[in-house]
Design a protein around this ligand. Structure first.
Ligand code: SP5
Ligand code: ZN
Length: 351
């Protein structure tokens, strides 16, 4: 399998994230990618290269998925943060005030001139630090997703966008959950634009893919499916329930499988089989898999019980759909094991 690796990922390296009233060390660290890259190399799972995508082509692809004012915000957020206070250059940007949607109570149509306050218009949590290299890293990561889609359009059976920061929590105009640009959505849209009439996105990360769901919620041409920890108890909490089935033209084209903390292999695989049937029933001609390995039993922030030995069969089950497939690297925070788990799944896909 061809792997597109983000050459700028390490420029995004947050120090701390807010969690229950404390700043804790970031889980989403550069070594996650290094372990996956090295394990894929060790097992010779296909060639690895950086993406080669021109700026204009990339900008056009970003604009297919994200709102102009959001992209403008992201491109300038760090400089604006530092301009607010030169001492901010030493601190990652985290939001601390938000406009709730309550009627007549908070304006969303005026952008505060204060750059720290402005973060609250676009960030939905205080666990996603933004720093000097975030925009460059996220852009180059989106380029990996776009190049992976282009490779599949050119005839590759599959391609893997090995990038961080991850993407599936990023929506049309919001960031959070360690995500800024929705790599999976960018790949799905590129597959649509490249001629695939029906594209399925099957999200297997532990956390609900709220950004991807939101991007495609009113569309019938991209089926979005997600298996994840039940939002009654699990992040991102405010989306991912089973009764979210799409809206407008997209009614019936979103499905969620919220699963309880502690879910093990058998129950998770049963949900996967339902999702695979939905992909086939939809008549998808291409597939995008936001690939989180935080379903692993050893994951420090998640609650499922999948074992390393489960991942080859999961890859094989995805491959059995017989569809051109783009994988994007999402979560997975057991750093020492994430490489083996990712390689197990991708090797199982290729067998
Ligand atoms: C892409 C992805 O997997 N994003 C996940 C974002 C989860 N963010 C909130 C997690 C907070 C967990 N903090 C646990 C601290 C344990 N001591
Ligand atoms: Zn996750």
């Amino acid at each position: 399998m061809l792997t597109l690796i983000n050459p700028h990922h390490a420029e995004h390296a947050g120090r701390q994230e807010m969690f229950r009233g404390r700043l804790v060390d970031c889980h989403e660290v550069p070594d996650r990618l290094h372990f996956v890259r090295d394990e894929l190399q060790r097992r010779a799972i296909g060639p690895q290269r950086p993406p080669e995508v021109g700026d204009a082509v990339l900008d056009a692809a970003l604009a297919r998925v994200h709102e102009p004012r959001y992209l403008h915000f992201l491109a300038n957020a760090w400089d604006d943060w530092v301009a607010l206070d030169p001492a901010n250059a030493q601190r990652d940007a985290l939001p601390s005030v938000w406009p709730l949607p309550q009627a007549h109570a908070f304006r969303h149509d005026r952008s505060p001139l204060n750059a720290a306050a402005r973060l609250g218009l676009f960030a939905f949590d205080s666990g996603t630090p933004l720093m000097a290299g975030t925009w460059r890293a996220a852009r180059a990561g989106a380029a990996c997703a776009l190049a992976a889609a282009h490779a599949v359009l050119a005839g590759e059976r599959s391609a893997f966008a090995l990038t961080r920061p991850p993407g599936h929590h990023a929506g049309p105009g919001f960031y959070g959950g360690y995500c800024f640009l929705n790599n999976a959505a960018i790949a799905a849209q590129a597959l649509r634009d490249g001629g695939h009439a029906r594209v399925a996105v099957l999200d297997v990360d532990y956390h609900h893919g709220n950004g991807t769901q939101t991007i495609f919620y009113e569309r019938a041409d991209v089926l979005t499916l997600s298996l994840h920890g039940d939002p009654h108890t699990e992040y991102p909490f405010f989306l991912g329930h089973a009764d979210e089935t799409g809206a407008g033209a997209g009614e019936g084209f979103n499905r969620n499988w919220p699963l309880p903390r502690g879910t093990g292999t058998a129950a998770w695989r049963a949900a996967l089989d339902e999702a695979l049937q939905a992909v086939a029933g939809f008549g998808a001609t291409a597939l995008v898999v936001p690939l989180g390995l935080d379903t692993y039993e050893g994951d420090p922030i998640s609650g499922f019980k999948l074992r390393s030995g489960d991942y080859p069969a999961i890859g094989a089950a995805l491959a059995a759909l017989g569809l051109p497939t783009v994988f994007t690297f999402e979560g997975g925070y057991a750093v020492a094991e994430v490489g083996v788990n990712a390689a197990n799944l991708l090797e199982g896909f290729e067998r």
